[in-house]
Design a protein around this ligand. Structure first.
Ligand code: SF4
Length: 388
């Protein structure tokens, strides 16, 4: 059952309000921005010592930058009671030893639970040594962090060290929103990743994915502005160039997508290649992420597929193995001049090109090329781009 930790905190604060004594609180802080709201909120009731202990943070300049920003937030907070800062050891080895083998886990999983525990245990240890009335962490302010887990860990280590854990769910009462406001108003740095090397990588991937999504939308809009006349002319010029390329002339087995406007219309090319005696295969999507190549002898061998896209009929067509193919005509949403390709988001072609060693050729209209395509590790680069 979910526990309302904000309610528990409210109760403790109400008790404090009825006393004259100002209790001391050791507040573990992951960074200045997350602590901003917590300090504004709790400094009315507690005398706070901020404990910046985060050996997980990568790289080291980010760690020291966050320390500076932490001090700035403390200086900016108009507090009723005192606020001090102590920094723990930047014990990077401890973090890496603890998370060995968990490098590829997603944020929020077991690796993170260990990371929370490492920091909360250190806070409980200091709280015991320095006789603090309570200890807690700013981590519960994050919408990405599970407050139930964090409070359970806090209670566990509190028991071990015989200290009081202050329950919290700082994201409640718009705590996270307020922290964003405070840091924005003060013009302070707010990082876009949790802290460790792995979360930095995850954040970079998230950013690339969202840039790709935006670029796909932009390309869709752009295609609406391209005239049919230009599309037909450029298709003809591109088809001629492919047919005159060395890669085409050498190829015996060609795998080609069935493209329709605003993509390059590959039907012209396919008909000519069949006439030239080339063996042509086209894609059949077999599930949500994989496709296979099937030989066709004519465009009439195609039937209407799932989403209205023509596809081969496995009843009459024969599968062609990837190893038999010596040229792939690759479709794209857009590409840059370095060959970085943006597909349509399902990854069919990137997966198909894994372990493929033959030639690859990508036809595209000049107007549909862009300066830079954001790429991820698994994206295949295409060296040969053919435009009109
Ligand atoms: S993602 Fe955050 S909580 Fe998880 S291991 Fe990395 S730094 Fe720690």
């Amino acid at each position: 059952m979910k526990i309302n930790y904000q309610m528990k905190l409210d109760k403790i604060i109400n008790d404090i309000k009825n006393e004259e004594y100002v209790p001391t609180l050791l507040l573990h802080s992951c960074c200045g921005p997350c602590s901003s709201y917590v300090l504004e909120y709790l400094s009315e009731y507690f005398s706070i010592t901020v404990f910046y202990y985060n050996p997980n943070i990568y790289p080291s300049n980010e760690y020291w930058y966050r320390v500076e920003e932490q001090q700035k937030i403390i200086d900016l907070t108009s507090a009723k009671n005192s606020i001090n800062l102590i920094t723990g050891k930047y014990d990077v080895e401890r973090f890496y030893n603890m998370t060995k083998g968990m490098e590829d886990m997603s944020e929020g999983g077991h690796r993170c639970h260990l990371c929370y525990e490492m920091r909360l245990r250190e806070a409980a240890k200091i709280a015991q040594k320095e006789n603090f009335d309570y200890f807690t962490t700013t981590l519960t302010i994050s919408p990405h962090k599970n407050s139930q887990v964090l409070n359970r860990i806090g209670e566990k280590v509190a028991k071990e060290f015989g200290v009081n854990h202050l329950p919290s769910d700082f994201k409640k009462n718009n705590g996270y929103k307020r922290s964003v406001e405070i840091t924005r108003e003060a013009g302070l740095y707010r990082q876009d990743y949790c802290g460790c090397e792995y979360s930095k990588r995850e954040a970079e991937i998230r950013k690339i994915k969202s840039e790709k999504k935006k670029l796909r939308e932009d390309m869709k809009e752009l295609s609406k502005t391209i005239s049919l006349e230009y599309m037909m002319e450029s298709d003809k010029a591109i088809t001629d160039k492919i047919l005159n390329s060395q890669e085409y002339k050498k190829a015996k087995n060609i795998f080609c997508y069935i493209g329709d406007y605003p993509e390059i219309n590959t039907r012209l090319f396919i008909e000519k290649a069949i006439e030239d005696g080339k063996k042509i295969s086209v894609p059949l999507c077999i599930d949500n992420s994989n496709m296979k190549a099937y030989r066709i002898n004519s465009l009439n061998d195609l039937k209407e597929g799932k989403f209205g896209i023509p596809e081969p009929d496995p009843e009459i067509s024969k599968e062609v193995l990837k190893s038999e193919i010596d040229l792939i005509i690759v479709p794209c949403c857009t590409v840059d001049s370095s060959g970085n390709r943006l597909g349509f988001g399902k990854g069919y072609y990137d997966r198909f090109m894994d372990e493929y060693t033959g030639n690859k050729l990508l036809p595209i209209r000049k107007k549909q090329m862009v300066d830079k395509v954001p790429i991820e590790e698994h994206d295949h680069k295409i060296k040969l781009i053919i435009t009109e």
